[in-house]
Design a protein around this ligand. Sequence first.
Ligand code: C2E
Ligand code: MG
Ligand code: MG
Ligand code: MG
Length: 277
Amino acid sequence: ERFALPSDDAELWLFWPPDPLCACGIDATTLRHATEANLLGVSYQPQIRMSDGAVAGFEALARWHHPELGEVSPEVFIPLAEKSGHIGLIGAWVLRRSLAEFGALAGSCDTRLAVNVSPLQLRDAGFADLVAGCLADAGRPAAQLELEITETARLGEDAQTRRTLADLRALGVGLALDDFGTGYSNFATLAQVSFDRLKLDRALIAGLPADRSVRLIRAMRHMADALGMELLVEGVETVEQARILRDLGCDLAQGYHFAPPLVLADAVTWLHARGAR
Ligand code: C2E
Ligand code: MG
Ligand code: MG
Ligand code: MG
């Protein structure tokens, strides 16, 4: 069944199965209360262009502030939402909220907003229309939005997914393959689907500056060139990693070295402080 797009936060209701979904004490009721109490949020992490250090964009990352447990990781609640069938609702909420908030960050006209999308959302025949509607409501051009797709087991084999990706392309939305090099984000996907950007998983650069890692990233750089993709490396934590990646010709980088994910107000402050330097 198709999910209805909540017209505002107050209308975002999630009906989870009543049984506990997770051993860590997070269940249907607590997540439903979270949405009622407006405890879901979005943080923004800058993506830096290596050639000149400019802020190329921000990645929107879903956040859940649990009254007792504190921050619940999206690595916990996104898979829960995927299992219970509510990922479409949460995904639509993140898309709408981040596009609405993005006005405060989109100072320079080519700053991009990257939003994570579950492959399950791509299987919804209404997804491209949903994206178009959210863009129109926020008054943002499609070129300013990039969708990061991960966990791409057999992404290219599902007919509806291929149609959705083609519709998103026609709309002018950018597509990034997330977490490349781990799990299901693999070469077979690259052979089947064209992406604007390749995001190397942080596991691939954790070894830097070891020579083996340098060679691996150089090879990824060549592959991205051959397929006409920009290369973004995530999880950059040290000044030395940043320097090596710049020398290797990586287009973009993201990580704690530049900034952690920030709530909107902090992201605005960070952007202004950076502009003032
Ligand atoms: P991702 O899309 O690969 O996002 C990058 C993750 O790496 C984020 O974790 C970010 O906080 C973290 N990170 C950033 N820089 C560094 C660094 O320098 N070092 C280390 N160790 N980590 C860094 P986060 O926010 O916990 O999100 C985890 C994952 O949850 C995301 O991985 C994404 O797959 C998923 N996710 C988050 N929000 C959404 C959403 O709205 N929709 C969907 N479908 N998935 C989401
Ligand atoms: Mg991502
Ligand atoms: Mg990633
Ligand atoms: Mg990830």
